[in-house]
Design a protein around this ligand. Structure first.
Ligand code: ADP
Ligand code: TYD
Length: 210
């Protein structure tokens, strides 16, 4: 299924600790304040099935998990979330704000785990039933900053992979931002939270409200 001109599906992407969850939440609150019904989802997870899959994916000692298995589980979680939550909300005319979606698989399993990106694009199309975000905000920071921001957190299996892994993930995000320039907006995640929020809101206003 492809999105119609009326859908309002916005995704946030970036390496771990870049600040995208903060911005996704702020955008949802702002939309609701403006009287637009908006929901926030996160990946992997967001449904009963997807949260069960998340448990497998992020459990720290699941070291034997293969790259292809990881890609299939990420996209399985996405298929369930898409059918159960995202599509029904878009059909009702609601805004859907997603903290990660299909680009995360290209960046982490493609850039990070070095799986073939063209295969992953096809896998995503199958998992999402060809739903594509209307707009994607890539919050870009250097891996050292992402690491610093989540220093106090207990790292999960993927966060444990280290700075070089995050560097490859970031490079792939930058490549896909170049490949899909109409859809993906790159924002400098090193700026202050409020400044990034204003930049995102200006872009939303330009695209949807002017
Ligand atoms: P992510 O979802 O990308 O992992 P979060 O939004 O959870 O990141 O932010 C990680 C941490 O960094 C939080 O403590 C958050 O308050 C802080 N943070 C988020 N954005 C910024 C920013 N622009 N500048 C400084 N700290 C930030
Ligand atoms: P999470 O705790 O939700 O981290 P974050 O706040 O950074 O989003 O963990 C999700 C982890 O899963 C994160 O390291 C990114 C990774 N991931 C993939 O590797 N592939 C994917 O397709 C998705 C959605 C996430």
């Amino acid at each position: 299924m492809s999105t119609s001109a009326k859908t309002r599906f916005i995704t946030f992407e970036g390496i771990d600790g870049c600040g995208k969850s903060t911005q996704a939440r702020l955008l949802m609150d702002k939309l609701n304040e403006e009287g637009c019904k908006a929901i926030l989802v996160r990946e992997p997870g967001g449904t009963r099935v997807s949260e069960a899959v998340r448990e497998i994916l992020l459990t720290k000692d699941m070291d034997e998990l293969q790259g292809r298995t990881e890609a299939l589980l990420m996209t399985a979680s996405r298929a369930q979330l898409t059918d159960e939550v995202i599509l029904p909300n878009l059909d009702k005319g609601n805004w859907v704000i997603a903290d990660r979606y299909a680009d995360s698989t290209l960046a982490y399993q493609g850039g990070g785990r070095q799986l073939d990106v063209e295969w992953l694009i096809k896998l995503n199309l199958f998992a999402t039933d060809e739903l594509t975000p209307d707009m994607t905000i890539f919050v870009d920071v250097v891996p050292e900053e992402g690491k610093r921001r989540r220093e106090s957190n207990n790292p999960d299996r993927i966060e444990k992979a280290g700075v070089d892994f995050q560097q490859n993930v970031r490079k792939m995000y930058q490549e896909i931002a170049k490949r899909f320039p109409e859809r993906i907006i790159v924002v400098d995640g090193h700026e202050a939270i409020e400044k990034i929020q204003r930049t995102i809101w200006q872009e939303i206003t330009r695209r949807y409200f002017l």
